[in-house]
Design a protein around this ligand. Structure first.
Ligand code: PEP
Length: 250
């Protein structure tokens, strides 16, 4: 089984900082190819740094690290000021698109319908959709996590053929576990959500990932949990050293 281990840098890093990280990552992986055994790394810089990171990682055909965009519009082009389309992020070097992160749902009006449109556009252009789903704390405390996750996932992945679905990555990221305000989830809390997601999507999607306060303290335990096929990491992988430590654990 391939473990997908990736990071989104969110709204962080200048082009120069992104170049440094990517250059360091490429050379670390050249020197320590064992870090890639059974692991598919991916990094998701801000749009402004995509081209620079693609250059540093080398030609796409030879790249061992997948490059992703944090968002893309569902239309290919047109009067959508401030937006960037899937063909544009592909042109800048991305082969993966993050869709539906909880911050985009909360602050930018992302809905189940817009995530569906973005998944469809991403697949139409031959890129991998990384669909993020996750429940707020109130839903977890009411014991309604399973229904909430299935609504988000079924809504975004509705109408896909088996072949299309097999391209999709799903990252389960409980909102209460994300970022500096979040608290790390315990393995016990994640057992049921991963049972539910595995029952519905295990073997049908490319991989099921976990995200939310992943660190070197909990990564090994999380990767042992049934159904978890990779980790999607924020803060702990924003330094190259942090990311390499996580690749080593995987
Ligand atoms: C995230 O925002 O998707 C995330 C996983 O962040 P962190 O690892 O910093 O909690």
């Amino acid at each position: 089984m391939t473990r997908w281990i990736g990071t989104s840098w969110k709204m962080n890093k200048t082009v120069a900082q992104a170049r440094d990280y990517a250059r360091g990552l490429r050379s670390a992986l050249e020197q320590r190819p064992e870090l890639l055994a059974g692991v598919q790394p991916f990094i998701i810089p801000p749009h402004t740094a995509l081209t620079a990171v693609a250059e540093e990682l080398g030609p796409e055909s030879a790249r061992t690290v997948r490059l992703g965009a944090q968002n893309a519009h569902w239309e290919d082009d047109g009067a959508w000021t401030g937006e960037i389309s899937v063909p544009q992020v592909a042109d800048a070097g991305a082969s993966l698109v993050e869709i539906g992160h909880s911050e985009r749902r909360e602050h930018f009006g992302e809905t189940i319908e817009t995530t569906r449109l973005k998944v469809a556009s991403t697949l139409r252009h031959g890129l991998i959709p990384l669909l993020c789903i996750g429940e707020p704390a109130e839903v977890q405390s009411r014991g309604e996590t399973a229904d909430y996750l299935l609504d988000q996932a079924r809504g975004a992945l509705r109408d896909l053929s088996a072949d299309q679905l097999s391209q999709v990555l799903i990252a389960y990221e409980p909102i209460w576990a994300i970022g500096a305000q979040g608290r790390p989830a315990t393995v016990a809390e994640l057992r049921e959500p991963f049972e539910v997601l595995s029952r519905e999507y295990g073997g049908r999607v490319q991989a099921l990932l976990y995200g939310g306060s992943v660190s070197t303290d909990n990564a090994a335990q999380l990767l042992e949990l049934a159904g978890v096929e990779g980790l999607f990491v924020g803060r702990a992988a924003w330094t190259l050293e942090g990311y390499l430590n996580l690749l080593e654990i995987a």
